[in-house]
Ligand binder design. Structure first.
Ligand code: PRP
Ligand code: URA
Ligand code: MG
Length: 222
């Protein structure tokens, strides 16, 4: 059901708008992340580079405001982001995307949500949330490399809509079809940008072929 070919494929299922950033450079970074021989440092570097591509695509439609400027040659019209989005990495694994996204959106504020999936029940267990009190009229970009069952992102995006968010963009390296279905069923107002929709989840709810545990691959096993 999910598009896998073409450069930038978009599909809408219920209220989830999906964009697969299927660029050769993105594929190369994702391949490095998937490869079990890739060490922590190289994995983090590939995730940072992939994040640049995801942010670039996801910010394509952001509103800009005109700004008169003077170049060394003449006056002209410049542009700045009208309302930089709030960036929300999901700890731990989303931390590896945060600095890159912030570098590309330097005026953005950042919030944090800490979740750890219980590896027996596969339910997310929340351990922190640091978010603005109200998110009414604020665009939010959520960063998490992995969308597996979707439980973690449903929880995170629920925290955002409770605060009034109505426009949420999720950036992830990999998504499983099951997780996309779960997001669609949640009815949350979401756009998802990912470098790949993989095949399925295995019995441990890991993405197949996947890349393993994105937190452990960056920071080491806990
Ligand atoms: O879609 P789900 O089935 O909820 O799984 C995805 C979650 O699993 C990973 O985090 P994890 O719980 O391993 O925490 P970590 O980042 O601290 O390793 C990942 O970064 C997501 O947050
Ligand atoms: O494949 C998976 C699934 C959940 N979390 C991960 O880090 N990897
Ligand atoms: Mg983990």
């Amino acid at each position: 059901m999910w598009a896998r070919s073409g450069d930038r494929r978009a599909a809408t299922v219920a209220r989830v708008q999906l964009t697969v950033v299927d660029h050769p450079l993105a594929r190369a970074r994702l391949t490095r992340m998937r490869d079990e021989r890739t060490d922590n440092a190289a994995f983090r570097a590939a995730l940072r580079e992939l994040t640049q591509m995801l942010v670039y695509e996801a910010t394509r439609d952001l509103a800009v405001a005109e700004e008169p400027i003077t170049t060394p040659v003449t006056r002209t019209t410049g542009y700045r982001l009208a309302a930089p989005p709030l960036i929300v990495p999901v700890l731990r694994a989303g931390l590896g995307m945060a600095d890159t996204a912030h570098g590309m959106l330097p005026e953005s504020q950042m919030g944090f949500v800490g979740l750890a999936r219980n590896e027996e029940t596969f339910q997310p267990e929340a351990y922190m949330a640091s978010l603005p009190e109200t998110l009414v009229d604020r665009e939010v970009f959520v960063l998490d490399p992995m969308l597996a069952t979707g439980g973690s992102l449903v929880h995170c995006c629920g925290l955002l809509t409770e605060r009034g968010a109505t426009s949420i963009t999720v950036l992830c390296a990999l998504a499983a079809p099951e997780g996309l279905e779960r997001l669609a069923e949640s009815g949350l107002p979401l756009r998802v940008f990912t470098a790949s929709v993989d095949e399925e989840l295995n019995e441990q709810a890991y993405i197949v072929p996947g890349l393993g545990d994105a937190g452990d691959r960056q920071f080491g096993a806990v």
